[in-house]
Structures are given as structure tokens and as C-alpha cells.
Design a protein around this ligand. Structure first.
Ligand code: DX5
Ligand code: ZN
Length: 217
């Protein structure tokens, strides 16, 4: 169903070697990088913020950085992420009172805007925002940790978005790998986040290619 994009998540990679792990993913044929930001409030875990992105950017000037902002009050990091060189700012509907204003602020910087939902959030909450954003994100695990089990019962959310909103970019994130990619493709996802399945693969290039072929079939 059209052009697939594969965006590895380096959450479960060797974070002491962040730049080389990111480069390894790009050298393996990744289309973009999905960078997971956690603040210990919106999710029960911590990763990194815009100061780290700022250091990473000069090492890979042309790579598309999709920032997955698993943070409370996502408005507060828009400017910092933009200044650090982020390309897309994907926040959670559950994290803010005013998603429309958050989208507006993101777009004002020139970044692309994405909006996502956690597994317990019904997909219909996204209706008012889909036409305002560049991408919607359907989580297929409870956000916070890499390497969790894929929740197949989230697929109807992706089907709903594909049916009602046509050619939008739909990203799927959590437990996605060669064993679960077919379901994501069938449902209509075209932006594929895959963490441990790619970073832990003996042959990341093959794993990425396999998933891309399944989606583009
Ligand atoms: C979960 C993150 C995901 C996840 C991806 O909170 O948003 O990006 O770590 O990793 P895997 O593919 O291992 O679930
Ligand atoms: Zn993520």
C-alpha cells in the first residue's frame, strides 16, 4: 500500500554509543530515526532530551529525526527540540489539554507535527487533529520500554484511520518486527518503528528490507 518508511528506535541499543548506533541503523537502510524521549512523568522511564539531540545532529546532518515525545506538557520542549535540529515532533494526545495549540506551535517552528495515542485511548479522539498533522502514531505497547509484546488488538485503530482519512501517514510503534509486520501492513500502517527487532538483529539490513517489502507488497 504505497511507500513504506522504516524508522528504527534505538531505545534498546547501546546508548553509550548513541551516534554510532544511529549511524549503524542508517547504514542498514533505515529511512529515518525514531528517537524516544521519556520524562519519568508521562511514562515510568527516562531517556534523553534536546541537549543530546543537539549533539547528535552534527554527526548526521541529513537524517530525519522523528522525536517521540513521551512527556507531560509537551509544549515545553518544542522550541528546544527545534533548535537542536529535530525534524518532526510527535506528542501524545493524552499529555496536553490543548493538542491544537501544541500542533500550531510545532508547525510555527517549521517542524512536522505528529500526534499519538496510548493503547487505552480510543482512536476517535484523534478525529479533530488528523487533518492538522503530518502523521498519526498508534502505540502497540504501553509506552515506556522497548522489547515488549506487540498488541494486535490495536490494528482496528489503524484500519479506522486508513478508512476515514485516506492517504495520511500512519506510524505504528511497539513490538514491531518481522513476526508482526504483516498485521501492521494489512491494517494500513506505512511508517514502521522497530526497536529491538532491528537493533538486536544479526542482519539489520535484511530485517529492514524484509519489513519494507511486506508493507509495499
Ligand atoms: C516504547 C517506545 C518504542 C519502543 C520500540 O515506549 O516508544 O519506540 O521502544 O521498541 P520495540 O520495537 O523494541 O518495542
Ligand atoms: Zn517510540
Amino acid at each position: 500500500c504505497g511507500k513504506a518508511k522504516i524508522g528504527p528506535s534505538i531505545l534498546n541499543a547501546d546508548l553509550s554509543q548513541l551516534a554510532s548506533e544511529c549511524q549503524r541503523m542508517m547504514d542498514s537502510g533505515a529511512d529515518y530515526l525514531h528517537l524516544d524521549v521519556m520524562d519519568g512523568q508521562f511514562v515510568p522511564n527516562l531517556t534523553f532530551g534536546h541537549p543530546v539531540v543537539k549533539c547528535l545532529r552534527p554527526k548526521m546532518p541529513n537524517v530525519f529525526f522523528d522525536m517521540h515525545m513521551m512527556v507531560a506538557a509537551p509544549e515545553q520542549w518544542i522550541e528546544g527540540m527545534h533548535a537542536a535540529g529535530a525534524n518532526q515532533y510527535t506528542f501524545h494526545q493524552e499529555a496536553t489539554e490543548d493538542p491544537k495549540s501544541c500542533i500550531r506551535k510545532i508547525k510555527e517552528t517549521g517542524m512536522k507535527a505528529g500526534i499519538g495515542i496510548k493503547p487505552n485511548t480510543p482512536v476517535e479522539v484523534l478525529d479533530p487533529y488528523v487533518d492538522l498533522v503530518d502523521m498519526v502514531l498508534i502505540m502497540t505497547v504501553e509506552p515506556g520500554f522497548g522489547g515488549q509484546k506487540f498488541m494486535a488488538d490495536m490494528m482496528p485503530k489503524i484500519q479506522y484511520l486508513r478508512e476515514h482519512f485516506g492517504h495520511i501517514d500512519i506510524e505504528v510503534d511497539g513490538g514491531v518486527g518481522p513476526a508482526t509486520i504483516q498485521q501492521c501492513a494489512d491494517a494500513g500502517a506505512n511508517m514502521i518503528v522497530s526497536g529491538s527487532a532491528v537493533t538486536g538483529s544479526e542482519n539489520p539490513r535484511e530485517t529492514i528490507n524484509y519489513m519494507r517489502n511486506v508493507v509495499e507488497e
